[in-house]
Design a protein around this ligand. Structure first.
Ligand code: MN3
Length: 248
């Protein structure tokens, strides 16, 4: 609420200024200044990023209805709830990843949960590949080499990652991260926490993310999380994973 009030005051001050100036500089300039004021007010808010493909683009592995609800209700919900929270202590000058890094045990739960929910889903959508083909989906390039080095083989890595995903009790996420020493690790976080936050035991940069909340799979896979994980491997976007690995 404070943030809204701050934006309101900021906007009010600018509009007041524009009003005075408007009588001197004319209607057109006034409209222009009003637009600037509106842009400033909107800038300090979170936005639902566009989904980079259609809801049915991951069929038959992840179904259209799940994607539609997941994006338009769940992800949008995190963004809306985040914008309703007191954002006065959020640094909007930095990236969402940097904002996550500032989350510690003293952070308000409403910010921790909804910022995490927003960041995690924004990343998750990017790491899924639309229009999956029939060919075996596996990593190439340097991420493939790093996986082989740290986990012996891609098959071993898949097994270990799948085991970790199965062991997440209740709602949470499974991750491939790179820690501060340059090691690839498979980790899990509860709820909407993520490896960037100071609240997790194993911090690092997310390279690959898997949402294992039931809302991510229940409509199609019901209680069979293992089937969902198996399907998810077919739609992992390894080119994007490679990018997150290079930009870590
Ligand atoms: Mn989700």
């Amino acid at each position: 609420m404070k943030n809204n009030r701050r934006n309101f005051l900021k906007k009010g001050a600018l509009l007041g200024l524009a009003g005075v100036a408007g009588s001197l500089i004319g209607k057109e300039k006034l409209n222009e200044m009003e637009n600037v004021a509106k842009t400033l007010a909107d800038a300090e808010k979170f936005e639902l990023p566009p989904l980079p493909y259609a809801f049915d683009a991951l069929e038959p592995f992840i179904d259209k209805q799940t994607m539609e609800i997941h994006y338009t209700k769940h992800h949008a919900g995190y963004v809306n709830n985040l914008n309703k929270a007191d954002l006065s202590k959020i640094n909007f000058a930095v990236s969402d990843a940097e904002k996550c890094k500032s989350i510690d045990n003293s952070s308000p739960m409403v910010i921790r949960n909804n910022l995490g929910g927003h960041y995690n889903h924004s990343l998750f959508w990017q790491l899924l590949k639309p229009n999956p083909d029939k060919m075996e989906n596996k990593p190439q390039s340097t991420i493939a080499e790093a996986i082989n080095k740290h986990f012996k083989s891609f098959e071993e890595f898949k097994k270990e990652f799948g085991d970790k995903a199965m062991k997440v009790f209740g709602s949470g996420w499974c991750w491939l991260i790179m820690d501060g020493r340059g090691n690839l690790k498979i980790t899990a976080t509860p709820n909407q926490d993520n490896p960037l936050m100071q609240v997790v035991t194993e911090q690092g940069t997310p390279i690959l993310a898997l949402d294992v909340w039931e809302h991510a799979y229940y409509l199609k896979h019901q209680n069979k999380r293992a089937d969902y994980v198996a399907d998810w491997w077919s739609v992992v976007n390894w080119d994007k994973v490679q990018e997150s690995f290079e930009n870590r």
